[in-house]
Design a protein around this ligand. Structure first.
Ligand code: AMP
Length: 150
């Protein structure tokens, strides 16, 4: 098993690794599904965070959820896109991280989710940690450990 002296191993904080809120595409709880779908299609993401007007994190909305909701018995009922609000169908039962958490906490949560939101102690949205950023960090550390043992 590969090991390394403790003082050589430094990990970035979640605050350093996260995509900050101002760079994250998001929607508001009261937005109609058509707005959310527009944000998702234009951004190219399959899911984005949902915030309330005070910038508190409320959940996640995905293309899949919107498509499921608009699919009728035989066809898509696109008129439903303007009738339903994001908060009615968003996934509110998703884990969050705090800026003080360790990268390993993020890794554990990202096993099941492509991204996890970071909130402050008041529940305000700070940003997101993505699978990509955590995998890049662990890959970097893996190579550092190998180099150290050469
Ligand atoms: P990645 O690991 O970079 O592929 O990102 C995983 C997921 O995180 C994406 O599919 C999006 O749902 C979300 N995501 C990544 N970057 C952003 C962003 N700037 N704004 C909103 N969502 C994002």
């Amino acid at each position: 098993m590969v090991s390394i002296e403790k003082d050589k191993l430094t990990w970035p904080t979640l605050a350093e690794l996260m995509i900050p809120s101002e760079k994250v595409a998001h929607v508001q709880i009261g937005n109609p599904l058509e707005h959310a779908l527009l944000v998702l299609v234009k951004s190219g993401y399959s899911a984005v965070p949902v915030l309330d007007p005070t910038y508190k994190f409320q959940g996640v909305i995905s293309k899949t959820k919107i498509l499921e909701e608009t699919l009728g018995i035989e066809e898509f009922e696109l008129n439903r896109l303007s009738e339903i609000q994001v908060n009615e169908i968003m996934d509110a039962d998703v884990p969050c991280l705090q800026p003080g958490n360790h990268m390993i906490d993020a890794l554990h949560k990202l096993i099941d989710y492509p991204f996890v939101c970071v909130t402050n102690e008041d529940g305000e949205f700070d940003g997101i940690i993505t699978r990509r950023s955590i995998l890049k960090q662990y890959s970097k550390h893996y190579h550092e450990i190998l180099k150290y043992h050469e």
